[in-house]
Design a protein around this ligand. Structure first.
Ligand code: C2O
Length: 491
């Protein structure tokens, strides 16, 4: 009797007896601490990228405007439709342009995980619109597979409130469940919680305090602060903790996990909610970039009829009217309107050498005042270069003497195959440093800032080796910023 599900055929897994090749990336940075057997998977098939096609016309989608809901809010009927949609997707013959693997490989193609990747849509302002367009066509495919193009909408994984893997995606933990993926972090898969500081309401409040798109969502050459945290950090939490970090922790494989789409739906909702904070008028606060380099960028996808369609960033901005879905978002009050300059200076000598903040007396006073009033102090670092070949979860830590205060997280996805390995990427970091104000802004011997691997941060059962422990205290890279600023509430 054949019990193998059709989707398993294209996905042979085998155990390798030594750490896989990609592990060398981690050796270089000291975050692979043991040589564990790793799972390997078939590489992305890297199909020829779709190109050209009919252009999407805003206004042509006339389906009813429908709510995208939290997974936790789906009715039994909606859940079973979701299961059915993935079951049908996984059962499509490999000649079809809509297959489950094709969808995953589309993501691999667009994250430079293939030698024929047209572009990498991560690490810049393309991040939000490309993923929105990807989800739109994916949603249409699933909807049409269950005969409900009009009414089917993707659910989101509201990790702010659902702190474990969402149940329908985790249980039953077998291939009888079309939402399940066997290649995940075992502690989460076993019912564990996300690390307490990841994907929290407080993180989202910090991000919603940032009113300019570049800091929130990136610019032409740099990732916005949301991309590494919470986007990247939730990816790395769900994927296996060691390289190659399949599935979710690796760009080339992430979309093989159905959770990818629920995670990205939540990311899309955050973008939408951020836009909702805009008020009318000429202020650019909470508005998307108006540069043609942003608006006119187009990408091609396969739609539910296996036809190539092309869609631009401009086409996806008004998701309610053009893509026919909405979210119910609770508005948070924007808060960080006062922007003060500072510098991240390298490096203070002493027992914990490292970059520290240099501020004027005036700025120090403003920061301390804000701190005494118990309002948040957020440090923005623009143009931070992240070295190539670095992947996994990292903490940004303020160190003074024995005291270590984690002020932020950084989730970096593994790049494979073509992997623009030679290339560092640039990001903006938004760090809520309120808890570390006294150290960071001390007149004498201010605290220094470090990026440490957060592997074994209490969640993994394996004890690091002695070298491992030493590696954990070693900076993953030296934090430098082209520009630094403090953002405070305006009083
Ligand atoms: Cu295209 Cu969440 O990565």
């Amino acid at each position: 009797m054949i019990t193998t599900k059709p989707w398993e055929l294209g996905r042979r897994r085998f155990i390798q007896s030594t750490a896989v090749v990609a592990g060398s990336a981690a050796f270089a940075t000291g975050n692979l601490l043991t040589s564990l057997p790793a799972l390997a998977q078939d590489p992305p098939t890297c199909p020829a990228p779709p190109s050209g096609g009919t252009s999407f016309v805003a206004g042509s989608d006339k389906r009813p405007i429908t709510l995208r809901k939290s997974i936790g809010a789906l009715s039994d009927a909606e859940l079973s439709k979701l299961h059915d949609a993935y079951t049908s997707l996984r059962a499509l013959p490999s000649s079809d342009k809509r297959t489950w693997l094709m969808q995953a490989d589309m993501h691999a193609l667009f994250c430079a995980s293939c030698t024929n990747s047209p572009t990498d849509i991560h690490g810049s302002w393309n991040f939000f619109p490309w993923h929105r367009a990807f989800l739109y066509y994916f949603e249409r495919i699933l909807g049409s597979l269950v005969g409900d193009l009009d009414g089917f909408r993707l659910p989101y994984w509201d990790w702010e409130h659902i702190r474990t893997l969402p149940l329908p995606y985790a249980s039953p933990g077998s291939s009888s469940n079309s939402l399940w993926d066997g290649i995940r972090n075992s502690s989460l898969a076993g019912g564990g919680n996300l690390p307490a500081t990841h994907g929290t309401t407080s993180r989202i409040t910090t991000l919603y305090g940032l009113s300019d798109f570049a800091t929130f969502g990136g610019d032409a050459g740099s990732a916005g602060s949301l991309e590494s945290d919470p986007h990247g950090i939730i990816h790395t939490d769900v994927g296996q903790p060691l390289p190659p970090r399949h599935d979710m922790g690796s760009l080339g494989y992430a979309a093989r996990d159905p959770l990818f789409f629920a995670h990205h739906c939540n990311i899309d909702k955050l973008w939408s909610g951020w836009n909702d904070l805009a008020s009318g008028g000429t202020s650019t606060d909470y508005k998307n970039p108006t540069d043609s380099g942003f608006l006119d960028t187009r990408w091609s996808f396969w739609d539910e009829n296996q036809q190539v369609v092309s869609i631009s960033a401009a086409d996806v901005l008004d998701h309610k009217n053009t893509l026919r879905y909405v979210y119910k978002v609770s508005l948070r009050i924007p808060r960080l309107a006062l922007i003060l300059e500072c510098r991240l200076v390298c490096c203070r000598p002493g027992p914990d050498p490292g970059p520290f903040l240099e501020v004027s007396e005036q700025v120090r006073e403003a920061v301390m005042r804000s701190f005494r009033q118990e309002s948040p102090v957020v440090l923005i670092l623009h143009g931070v270069e992240v070295p190539p070949m670095l992947s996994g979860a990292f903490d940004v830590v303020a160190v003074s003497g024995e005291q270590r205060i984690v002020v932020g997280s950084l989730g970096l996805l593994e790049h494979e195959e073509k992997a623009e390995h030679g290339k560092a990427h640039r990001t903006t970091l938004a760090l809520d440093v309120t808890k570390a104000v006294e150290g960071l802004f001390a007149k004498e011997k201010p605290a220094t800032l470090h990026v440490f691997s957060s592997a074994y941060g209490g969640r993994e059962k394996t004890e690091p080796s002695v070298e491992g422990k030493r590696a954990l205290r070693k900076d993953a890279f030296e934090l430098r910023a082209e520009r630094a600023e403090i953002r405070l509430e305006k009083r």
